[in-house]
Design a protein around this ligand. Structure first.
Ligand SMILES: [Mg+2]
Length: 108
């Protein structure tokens, strides 16, 4: 199982081999396509398709995210960024970000 950096290299290889957009001008489209693939995953799940199909759509999302990431910041090590962000999120309070709804209900 490759790490994010290895997966990013494989995506770059795929993009070059298949002639997909490979410049900073393509970043907005890559991000849009990530959303489209996420929609495909949601549609697959909603329609009760086999879970392997839904999971494959989620991998498409990862492909586009990694592709966008290498064009946005080629120097970013995505394995390190993932670990740092994971640690940051783990350091946050239990259910952080969800409490605001309860607070808003209390003050309404
Ligand atoms: Mg797809």
């Amino acid at each position: 199982m490759p790490g994010l950096e290895e997966a990013k290299r494989k995506v770059a290889e795929l993009v070059a081999a298949k002639g997909f957009g490979n410049t900073p001008d393509d970043i907005a489209n890559k991000l849009l396509f990530a959303f489209i693939e996420l929609g495909e995953a949601g549609d697959s799940w909603k329609k009760g398709k086999p879970t392997n199909e839904t999971i494959e759509e989620l991998v498409d999302v990862i492909f586009y995210i990694l592709d966008a990431s290498r064009l946005i910041a080629p120097e970013a090590n995505m394995d390190e960024v993932f670990e740092k962000k994971w640690a940051k999120n783990m350091s946050r309070a239990f259910k952080y970000g969800e409490g605001f709804r309860e607070k808003r209900a209390e003050t309404a």
